[in-house]
Structures are given as C-alpha cells and as structure tokens.
Ligand binder design. Structure first.
Ligand SMILES: [Zn+2]
Ligand SMILES: [Zn+2]
Length: 342
C-alpha cells in the first residue's frame, strides 16, 4: 500500500507492506481521503516526528475487512477520530480528556495519509460513525476538527445570544465561526489577510481587518453596546493576537487559547485580575464533542442549524501531498484534503 512518510523536511510517497487484520478485533479500512490538520503542519515544520512517520488523522474511509462486536460491516463508509480517553483516570474524571495517557497513546495505524489504515475495536465502539448519504467526503472530513471547535466552545459555557470574536480566520477560525453560529451565538471575526476576511463575511461571520486595533475595537464596542465580546477564540498563531483579545474582550469575559504562538508570550497578570478575565486552553475533543460534531455536520437541510464547510477545502491527490503542505504553510489555501482513493 502507498503511504506518505515524513523524511526530515520532505514528505515522500513510499510503498509499505499491506496492513492486515491478523486476527485482531477492529477493521482494515481503505482511506478515501484525509484532511490536512494544523497539527500535522506543526509536526512536519518543527520536525517533531521521526523519519518514516505517517501523518494525518482526519480520515474518511471504507471498511474493507472487519472483526468486530459493533454493527459496522465491510463496505460501510465511516469517519473516525484518532485518540480515545480511558474515561476513568484523574484527567478524564475532571473532563481533561486530552491529557489522559490512554488518549495520547491510542491512534489509527499507520496514519491517515495511507491507502489502508487499521482502526481498532475501541475506535469503532467509541468514536467512529457511518457516513450518511448526502454529505461529501470533504465535508465529513471536518468531523474531528469541528469536534475540537465544539469542545472549545463548550468550555466557555456561553449563554444564548452571547457574542464571540474569532481571532484568525484560517480554516480552523472559519470552522470555529461556523460552529459558534450553529450553536446560536453572535460571531465576529478578524484577521489581517483580506481574502480571509472576505470569505468569512461570505460565510455570515461579521469579519473585519484588525490591523488598526483601535478602529477595530470601536467596531466591536459599537456592536456590543460598549461591552466588548463575551468570549474570544484565539485561532491565530500570531503574538499580536493577544493584544487584540485583551482589547476586545468584555470585563469578566473569557479568552479561549486554541493555538500556540511563536514567542510563547503570556497574558498580563493585572488585566486578568482587574478585569476578572478567564483565560483557558482547549486542545482535543472528547467522544461526546465528536458526537455533537457528527450531528452538526450531518444535520443539513431546510431550517437546520448545520455547519457549512463547503468551499473551505482544496483537494490534492496523494502524489501531490508535499504541495498541499507547502500551500498550507504559505497560506495559499485554507484547508487541504488529500484524496487517496476514489
Ligand atoms: Zn485535526
Ligand atoms: Zn483517562
């Protein structure tokens, strides 16, 4: 089977030995396609993975061979995420599922950018879903990233009609905006790149250029009865984003950290204290968040509050995966979807 493997600063398509079930519980799936995640980019750019590693986890796949107590069967088209919490450890009991050791250790094998993947019985039982008709592979590939957004939103514990600002309108920022809208919140967005701002507005997010921070702050205050927004979602990896958040968040508001920043700058102690701000992180989704994500994505149709992810992806064949990485890194595209088989 063909796999895309990382070697230093390149991604090379290599033939690997076909993966087999060999009596294990679980399924061998044929990967139809796999979304390219921001975390894949970080792992590649900062050389966090060993040579030969296969990245990718946002898979849409067809079951080829299965040995399972679930009711999935060969021929089913499924989506699955890659990590599963144990549900019992101290982290899990406190809701910090993505810190769970079992969560970190579980994965699909060898990785999503591969013609075939092994999906364990535990995946099938807890985080896999059959894809219904009427949704494209590219759209349903947002299952795991949308789950990440839903988890972040839930952590903010917003009230109906609350206002939110998404700082950074790359693919994950736009997805966050879509999720916030679908869950009934009023969404603003900002970025420095005009194309991103334009697409956000087209998607129904009131988006602005935040280059002139005072001007942008005036716009936000105008639209929030002078309060500022109830929550800011930091999907931008720029250090300047912190300043934007502090300026536009209301007193007592929340800042949700959803990205790393190059200089690892902190939030100022005194502003957190005097304004009674809550600054918190959100990393990876729980099975419950993923279930919400699946339901939001598949609840299309009239009057539905479903999430619209059409037009966010650019499709690349597996052979061009290096180009997909390069184009994502240079902000040429929003989100790459690697098509692996028809
Ligand atoms: Zn992802
Ligand atoms: Zn656990």
């Amino acid at each position: 089977m063909k796999t895309a493997q990382v070697y230093q600063d390149k991604i090379i398509i290599k033939d690997a030995e076909d993966i087999k079930l060999e009596g294990r519980k679980g399924a061998i799936v044929r990967v139809l396609g796999c979304g390219l995640c921001g975390s894949d980019i970080v792992k590649f750019k900062h050389k966090i993975v060993h040579d030969g590693a296969v990245l990718g986890h946002e898979i849409v796949a067809e079951i080829l061979e299965i040995n399972s107590d679930t009711d999935f069967k060969a021929g089913d088209k499924i989506v699955t995420s890659h990590h599963i919490p144990c549900g019992e450890c101290n982290y899990c009991r406190h809701g910090n599922v993505s810190m769970c050791l079992h969560f970190k250790q579980t994965n699909i094998f060898p990785g999503g950018f591969s013609e075939k993947v092994f999906v364990s019985e535990e995946h099938l039982k807890k985080v896999a879903y059959r894809v219904p008709a009427g949704i494209s592979d590219e759209e349903i590939s947002f299952y795991e990233p949308l789950g990440c957004c839903i988890r972040a939103i839930k952590r903010c514990n917003l009230q109906k009609g609350d206002t939110a600002l998404v700082v950074g309108l790359g693919s994950i920022g736009l997805l966050m905006g879509e999720a916030l809208k679908a869950l009934g919140y009023k969404v603003f967005g900002c970025d420095l790149i005009p194309d991103r701002i334009a697409l956000a507005n087209k998607m129904g997010i009131q988006a602005f250029n935040s280059r002139n921070l005072d001007e942008f702050d005036t716009i936000i205050k105008d639209r929030t009865q002078d309060y500022g927004v109830d929550a800011v979602f930091m999907t931008s990896g720029a250090d300047k984003a912190i300043e934007t958040a502090l300026k536009t968040v209301r007193q007592g508001g929340k800042i949700l950290v959803f990205s790393s920043t190059p200089n690892n700058n902190g939030y100022p102690n005194n502003e957190i204290y005097y304004k009674e701000l809550t600054v918190m992180g959100s990393y990876s989704p729980s099975p419950a968040d993923l279930k919400d994500s699946f339901n939001l994505l598949t609840s299309g149709g009239v009057n539905s509050r479903g999430v619209n992810v059409k037009g966010l992806t650019t499709v690349y064949p597996l052979e061009d995966i290096q180009q997909a990485f390069d184009d994502t890194i240079s902000n040429k595209i929003f989100k790459a979807y690697i098509q692996i088989s028809e």
